[in-house]
Design a protein. Structure first.
Ligand SMILES: Cc1cc2nc3c(=O)[nH]c(=O)nc-3n(C[C@H](O)[C@H](O)[C@H](O)COP(=O)(O)OP(=O)(O)OC[C@H]3O[C@@H](n4cnc5c(N)ncnc54)[C@H](O)[C@@H]3O)c2cc1C
Length: 412
């Protein structure tokens, strides 16, 4: 029966790919439609960190008093383009509303559940295709320069209280793991679980290759309209297609299609940047600076400096300065002389919702349409588990975790 069912997955980023592969495994005929191709947007240049320790939502009340200083600091991690301020305002009001105790606790609980299953879901998927070598399970480090020891212990205890294995390292223990970190670093928290990939784009391309080898179809086209009914008619820029079921995994662009179908969703984009340094052997695992709020990940092609949040929408051109500000930060916390960046800067559109939870699951008014978008800073981490959950729901199997908190109906 499943072989006769044709599922369309709109979006060829990590979320769409993992979903398509899981559906294929269950025997569905699957097509991916993407207007640009495989991993051409946010899934291409992210920091490659399977960040299973990140169980806390961004809407944290302790952030609020720090925002004015962050906005005034030219090297700061957070920017709103003045022209975008009014557009972003409703998102921010919802974001601030999420900082209350109960919503904060709810998002923490749901992120913890997703994170707990994320590495297992990747291993199950990658083992099947002999691709486990694409993930390195060496954990990660959160490093500190000016935070006092008591506060570092408190931060660690908060993680441990939420089931995240974490240890505080002193300077010599840290040095044994990462000898190229500078003496400015006074201590670190070591997260033993989690991992990284040395090329998120290559990971996506490897998944796409398997998908095609197994009979999957890749259509390069721009979806403009979805006509609903027993059969779903997808109108694209160049043609039209018919599917039995549809998964919408269009990342930061998902709002338009969801709105067309009659669903409200307060999706905006947190634009993030990366800069590549040529050195390939400076670090062994992802290292995040707690105070400078950026990450360095060892990649196959060099050291990737990534981070920053910029609110400027989907149309404004990238601002190279947002990437270049990462360089002085890296110089301050690495021992080695840093060579100038090898390649131009990159910018990606994180798909972000104010409650830091993605939308995963069936469309309440359309039994044959499923949403998988809004994975903000954790889309790489949550790729495989999202694909697994959507597939379980489509095949009406019990889902690994309860999907009701992720339903789009929370905004409608
Ligand atoms: C600087 C930076 C660092 C990051 N680091 C990490 C990290 O270390 N770990 C982590 O877990 N996450 C990280 N992220 C977040 C992560 O990259 C994203 O959450 C993830 O890539 C989102 O994947 P996606 O498949 O939903 O979206 P995308 O990769 O953006 O894919 C969406 C696809 O949909 C297609 N599309 C959109 N609309 C249409 C349409 N109408 N018709 C056809 N195709 C369409 C687009 O062309 C695109 O290919 C980072 C992000 C940034 C910017």
């Amino acid at each position: 029966m499943k072989g006769n069912q044709h599922v369309g997955v709109i979006g060829g980023g990590i979320i769409g790919l993992c979903t398509a592969l899981n559906l294929q495994k269950e025997g569905f005929k699957v097509s991916i439609i993407d207007r640009k191709g495989i991993a051409k947007e946010c899934s291409k240049g992210n920091a490659g960190h399977f960040a299973t320790e990140q169980v806390f939502p961004l809407a944290d009340k302790h952030l609020l008093p720090k925002i004015p200083k962050m906005l005034l600091d030219p090297l700061g991690p957070f920017r709103i383009r003045p022209r975008y301020f009014l557009k972003a305002l409703p998102w921010f009001l919802r974001f601030i509303w999420q900082m209350r105790k109960q919503p904060y606790a709810q998002s923490t609980k749901q992120l913890t559940l997703l994170n707990e299953h994320s590495i297992n879901a990747y291993q199950t998927l990658l083992r099947e295709f002999d691709l486990t070598h694409l993930i390195h399970l060496k954990g990660s480090l959160l490093v500190f320069e000016s935070t006092c020891q008591d506060e570092i212990e408190q931060i660690k205890s908060r993680f441990v209280a939420h089931g995240v294995p974490a240890t505080v390292l002193n300077k010599s223990q840290l040095n044994a793991l990462e000898p190229n970190l500078s003496d400015n670093i006074t201590a670190a928290i070591h997260f033993e679980t989690g991992g990284h990939t040395t090329d998120p784009e290559a990971l996506c391309i490897a998944l796409a290759q398997v998908f095609i080898e197994q009979g999957g179809q890749l259509i390069i086209d721009d979806v403009s309209r979805i006509n609903t009914g027993n059969k779903l008619l997808i109108k694209t820029e160049r043609s039209h297609y018919e599917f039995d079921k549809l998964v919408i995994a269009t990342g930061a662009w998902s709002k338009t299609l969801a709105n067309q179908l009659g669903y409200n969703v307060p999706l905006d984009t947190e634009r993030g940047y990366h800069l590549m340094l040529p050195q390939t052997n400076l670090l062994n695992r992802p290292v995040t600076s707690a105070e400078r709020k950026f990450i360095m990940t060892p990649m196959a092609s060099g050291l990737r400096l990534a981070g920053t949040v910029e609110f400027a929408g989907l149309q404004a051109p990238m601002n190279n300065q947002r990437a270049e500000i990462l360089l002085p930060h890296a110089r301050a916390i690495l021992k080695e002389h840093i060579h100038p960046p090898s390649k131009s800067a990159w910018m990606g559109f994180r798909p972000s919702l104010p409650d830091s939870l993605p939308v995963i699951g069936q469309a309440p008014k359309h039994s044959n349409i499923f949403f998988a978008f809004g994975h903000h800073h954790l889309g790489l981490t949550h790729g495989a588990i999202t694909g697994e959950l959507i597939t379980q729901q489509i095949t009406q199997q019990p889902t690994t975790i309860d999907l009701s908190p992720f339903c789009i109906s929370r905004f409608n």
